[in-house]
Design a protein around this ligand. Structure first.
Ligand code: NAI
Length: 272
């Protein structure tokens, strides 16, 4: 159901790779809610072809930008307001990639060059996009910026490896930049801490399927899926949440507040 929550708003959505991507669901919902958007992803994602297909399906433009490149981000935040006919009201950062996880390195044997690349792509890119967009004056007063994160920033989930630290940095940027953008332009910056979700990034993590089930059982509402995450993002991009900023907001069916689950302890609820 659409409520016209984003009627007349303009947005930039990073990270739609295929039909499973959380950003793909956000892009679709934003259009349903009345927004006009530009999609963006790394140049390599364009080679796979799915982003162009999605852009065509949604009737929007897609601009290639490596989120670690200031030049690419400058081009993006110059072009997007031109394409959309005005300054940007909302931005979704839905980007994550760990080189050490991809190369299956254990946490006590990490490669530090790869680690820096992981931080650049998964966290520093968030600062870069806000800094570039702000310097170009591409962001509208009263806008809203969201980055997706995971609870491993705050508690130990060993399989999440160096991504835990990447997400901790990401969440901190939301607080720090949230202050500056709030003071200057009443722009909110928040992170949404999402349940495990079956996507390319999610399923690249070792033991993900088992953990997905564990998390689903531990959460009183079950795991939140990508569609419900997109719904939540709609509220955060809308004016209804105009006083919410610098927060890490859990969208996880209650997982983050559970201590123990009686069913799992007694064995009534079995995992796998
Ligand atoms: P996904 O694999 O569909 O999306 C990740 C995106 O990052 C892809 O579109 C990829 O092309 C993009 N990307 C990678 N390097 C880039 C670069 N240099 N420049 C620009 N874009 C780049 O996976 P998903 O799950 O939709 O991930 C989106 C966000 O949600 C990530 O931040 C992820 O950490 C977060 N998240 C995912 C969870 C999950 O279980 N899937 C749980 C909690 C958070």
């Amino acid at each position: 159901m659409a409520y016209g929550l984003l009627k007349g708003k303009r947005g930039v959505v990073f990270g739609a790779l295929d039909e499973h991507s959380i950003a793909t669901h956000v892009a679709k919902r934003a259009i349903e809610e009345g927004a006009s958007i530009v999609l963006t992803n790394a140049p390599v994602a364009f080679r796979a072809g799915t982003i162009n297909k999605l852009a065509e399906e949604l009737g929007v433009e897609a601009i290639a930008a490596d989120a670690t490149s200031i030049d690419d981000l400058t081009n993006l935040f110059e072009k997007a307001p031109e394409i959309l006919g005005g300054k940007i009201d909302f931005v979704l950062h839905s980007i994550g990639m760990s080189v050490n996880i991809r190369k299956k390195r254990e946490y006590f044997d990490l490669n530090y060059d790869w680690m820096q690349k992981t931080y650049d792509i998964s966290a520093i890119s968030f600062h870069k996009m806000m800094q570039v967009a702000h310097k170009l004056d591409s962001l509208n007063e009263g806008g809203s910026i969201i980055a997706l994160t995971y609870i491993a920033a705050d508690r130990t989930f060993p399989f999440y490896s160096e991504m835990a630290e990447a997400k901790a940095i990401l969440e901190s940027y939301a607080r720090s930049f949230g202050y500056h953008l709030g003071e200057r332009k009443r722009i909110r910056v928040n992170t949404v801490s999402q349940s495990p979700t079956m996507t390319k990034a999610g399923s690249g993590v070792k033991g993900f399927a088992e953990f997905f089930e564990y998390s689903d059982k531990m959460s009183p509402l079950g795991n939140a899926d990508a569609e419900s995450c997109a719904d939540y993002c709609m509220t955060l991009f809308s004016d209804l949440t105009r006083m919410v900023t610098m927060q890490n907001l859990y969208h996880d069916g209650g997982f983050s507040k559970m201590g123990m689950h009686p069913g799992i302890m007694t064995g009534e609820l079995r995992i796998i």
